[in-house]
Design a protein around this ligand. Structure first.
Ligand SMILES: C[S@@+](CC[C@H](N)C(=O)[O-])C[C@H]1O[C@@H](n2cnc3c(N)ncnc32)[C@H](O)[C@@H]1O
Length: 248
């Protein structure tokens, strides 16, 4: 079992507490070490990238729209699982949206990311952070499971395992919410740019131009699926809701 680290209300600007790995800490996946050390595992990366302005630039100015569309699926008082840390202020906004009666469980496989998110979530005592792989998240069940820009960064077998894990953590009447890349329309002016970015930096992202998120689910028929695309199809929000017969 991973370590559950409830956040105490540490003052903002307090020195970052380090999560020391122990026998329960999951191993860092090889793809993460090989492909994304520069982006997520190096301390300098956090200092460079963890700014809303940088995230907004990476998302071509769509950051707030994308956050808002995810938050529109969430209501105060709910329990939510976020399956990986993200740069910027999405997690604090999610915790604020869930409110004092809600609960946010935030997981990430990288201890350095959990330490960083703990600092950002310090004002929210309802947020709980755990070093944990998204293929084996806490059991829940949750009202909302939110997978925000994780799938495009993991290999195909991980995509399938994460989608299945996410779906099994959704409680009766709950929803899984995936926000991620999607195949842009043929005429999209950024299509060749994104193709090049994926070729150079994001080798697992192009698969989301070829597959729906539903394609990765073993028991897709047990859910109803709704997809909205944004910004000429470059981004998607896909929501999976358990069918009534399975939640009765
Ligand atoms: C959510 S993704 C990318 C989000 C987006 N590019 C951003 O603005 O940060 C980045 C995070 O996913 C985490 N991650 C990658 N594979 C994971 C896995 N199997 N389980 C949990 N977290 C994972 C990384 O450690 C990293 O913190």
């Amino acid at each position: 079992m991973p370590t559950d680290q409830a956040i105490s209300a540490a003052p903002l600007g307090a020195p970052m507490r380090r999560t020391e790995p122990d026998a329960r800490t999951p191993r860092l996946p090889e793809y993460l070490r090989k492909t994304y050390t520069w982006a997520y595992l190096h301390p300098l990366a956090l200092r460079i990238f963890d700014r809303p302005s940088i995230v907004s630039a990476i998302l071509w100015g769509n950051y707030h729209r994308l956050m808002d569309t995810a938050l529109a699926e969430v209501a105060p008082g709910q329990s939510a699982l976020q399956t990986a840390c993200v740069y910027g202020d999405f997690s604090p906004r999610l915790a604020a949206r869930l409110g004092p009666e809600g609960r946010l469980d935030l997981i990430d496989v990288a201890p350095i990311q959990i330490d960083n998110a703990r600092r950002k979530l310090a004002p929210y005592p309802t947020a709980h952070l755990t070093v944990c792989d998204a293929t084996a998240p806490p059991p829940g069940p949750y009202d909302r499971v939110i997978c925000f820009f994780l799938l495009h960064e993991v290999p195909e077998d991980y995509k399938a395992r994460i989608v299945d894990a996410v779906l099994t953590r959704v409680g009766p009447g709950g929803r899984a919410v995936f926000v991620d890349y999607h195949r842009p329309t043929t005429w999209h002016p950024l299509r060749p740019v994104m193709w090049a970015v994926f070729r150079l930096l994001e080798p697992f992202a192009m698969a989301l131009w070829q597959h729906t998120i539903r394609d990765y689910a073993t028991n897709a028929e047990r859910f109803t699926w709704r997809t909205e695309t944004l910004f000429g199809g470059l981004y998607q929000k896909t929501v999976a809701t358990p069918r009534i017969a399975d939640t009765a």
